[in-house]
Design a protein around this ligand. Structure first.
Ligand code: OFO
Length: 170
């Protein structure tokens, strides 16, 4: 059994991960509409990964005899003014998620909940990678996105991304 505070925070985090999936699907829809299938593919895969994160946390609660409480997932309400708007929003969103996961880790540490800290070690590393990926994409867009050939090449690069399930298990 986990401390109620930790249980509630993990349930909230599951909702945030599912919202992340929803948000990234919305980004993917936008890029499909723009004819940028590579960018759309990138965010389709991001959405799958976010769902996986939610499922890992769900399994963690189950394994610890805790109740999983699914809450309403907010509607993505973003408007995209430019082709790079989702890229910037993605970085901001990942920073928000990192702060949220760090908060769970901090509280687990205060409660001497070493099991939860160990579980979230993987997510802390993952967030570092996701923030870096988001920053790299913004940078590449700044370098190549304004040139049609550059944008085409970047779109092709993102189209080659394939989904691989995480090797992390609970
Ligand atoms: Fe769930 O990995 Fe980022 O947000």
């Amino acid at each position: 059994m986990l401390d109620n505070k930790i249980r509630d925070l993990i349930n909230e985090q599951i909702n945030k991960e599912l919202y992340s999936a929803y948000l990234y699907l919305d980004f993917a829809n936008y890029y499909h509409e723009q004819g940028l299938d590579g960018f759309a593919n990138w965010y389709d895969i991001q959405a799958q990964e976010e769902r996986d994160h939610a499922m890992l946390m769900r399994t963690y609660l189950h394994n610890n005899g805790e109740k999983v409480l699914l809450d309403v997932i907010n509607k993505p309400d973003k408007t995209y003014e430019n082709t790079d708007s989702p890229l910037k929003m993605s970085l901001e969103h990942e920073q928000f998620i990192t702060a949220s996961i760090n908060n769970i880790y901090r509280i687990a540490s205060e409660l001497h909940d070493y099991r939860t800290m160990q579980f979230y070690d993987w997510f802390i590393k993952e967030q570092g990678e996701e923030e870096k990926n988001a920053e790299d994409l913004i940078r590449k867009y700044e370098l190549f996105g304004s040139d049609p050939k550059g944008l085409y090449a970047l779109n092709q690069e993102l189209l080659s991304r394939v989904y691989t399930a995480s090797s992390f298990t609970v």
